[in-house]
Design a protein around this ligand. Structure first.
Ligand code: FE2
Length: 335
């Protein structure tokens, strides 16, 4: 290597820099801080603070294979704040402009912010922002069922980590089935949307990287199995969800595709408040998980996932099962 000063500088950078995901510089007009990458083996600034970030700039970085980005650890917050400002402004202007484009942007920003929330689920400001944004999205999507399929397709294309993508996909399905059932008014659906969207926030107890392989330790598995309760602990008193909805979160796993465990409480169990809704939230979660890829397995067919749902609920909820099959067949047919 070059001169001793370079070596010292590189060592000190190595120590101060923290990795960011490439998508964290999407949707922002200028770099809120210096952004680094490894160029020919050396850490260098590839975007200076206030540099314009446009599609050609992003493409150029990708072409030069500079997708592994870093920022100085102390600057990370500036990036987060820039993305959160974005989310706030898109949330406020959701109904202006092309609905699909707006929903695409909103779901991407929400998913990015979900990542920040997992890093620190105690951050009240961020949780409030996430709740408010999800609420606005719920109303928006409730009134625009015609864009759901296209939005699903667009969202899948973004390639978010499944831990952050899964809550939205399962909640989009839930919204669709509930609306189709014509049993609920929009206000009910908004609450169930939030319930479903935040039900897995307790999974933030385990670092995201660990979900990339199937080799969670026994302790991790124990933590994972307790995520419904952890979610309730994180949300209780901090989000506008009534106690019954927190109860749904507590019981939201009738079946877990990660542990292959089933736990369907009986329909007339007095502890099973909102049995039908709890079942619906769990089933939508299962279908969304099975029909999408994971780092350690390929997606299953819709047929196979509906077959599992039939085994899980077919006998106890025959009418509801028909409704679910009808919904999904229509949904996937149009994709
Ligand atoms: Fe869950």
């Amino acid at each position: 290597m070059k001169n001793p000063f370079d070596v010292l500088e590189q060592n000190s950078l190595n120590y101060k820099l923290t990795p960011i995901s490439f998508r964290e510089i999407f949707f922002i007009a200028e770099a809120p801080c210096d952004i680094y990458a490894q160029v020919d083996g050396l850490l260098k600034v590839v975007l200076h603070k206030k540099a314009e970030i446009s599609t050609p700039v992003l493409k150029e970085l990708l072409q030069k294979k500079l997708a592994n980005l870093f920022v100085i650890e102390d600057d990370r917050n500036l990036l987060k704040l820039a993305q959160q400002d974005n989310l706030t402004s898109v949330t406020r202007s959701l109904s202006i402009g092309d609905p699909l484009e707006k929903a695409r942007l909103q779901t991407n920003l929400l998913t990015l912010n979900m990542g920040y929330l997992y890093e620190d689920p105690t951050d009240d400001n961020n949780l409030n922002l996430q709740v408010q944004s999800a609420k606005n999205l719920a109303t928006f999507l409730f009134n625009k069922p015609q864009i759901h399929e296209a939005l699903y397709k667009e969202f899948i294309k973004q390639g978010h980590h499944y831990i952050f993508a899964q809550p939205f996909l399962s909640t989009l399905f839930l919204l669709g089935v509930m609306k189709n059932s014509r049993l609920y008014i929009d206000k009910d659906i908004e609450l169930f949307f939030l319930t479903s969207y935040f039900k897995d926030i307790g999974m933030s107890a385990i670092p995201v990287e660990k979900y990339n392989d199937d080799h969670l330790t026994d302790d991790d598995k124990k933590l994972l199995a307790s995520h419904p309760q952890l979610s309730v602990n994180i949300l209780k008193g901090r989000v506008p969800l009534p106690p019954n909805h927190l109860k749904i979160i507590e019981n939201h796993h009738i079946y877990s595709t990660l542990t292959n465990q089933m736990n369907l409480s009986s329909k007339d169990d007095p502890n099973n408040i909102f049995g039908f809704e709890t079942m619906m939230i769990s089933v939508m979660d299962t279908v969304a998980a099975m029909t999408t890829d994971r780092p350690f397995r390929k997606a299953e067919s819709l047929y196979k996932s509906l077959d599992l749902i039939r085994l899980l609920i077919g006998e106890q909820y025959p009418q509801e099962f028909k409704l679910i099959v009808f919904y999904f067949k229509n949904f996937f047919k149009s994709l």
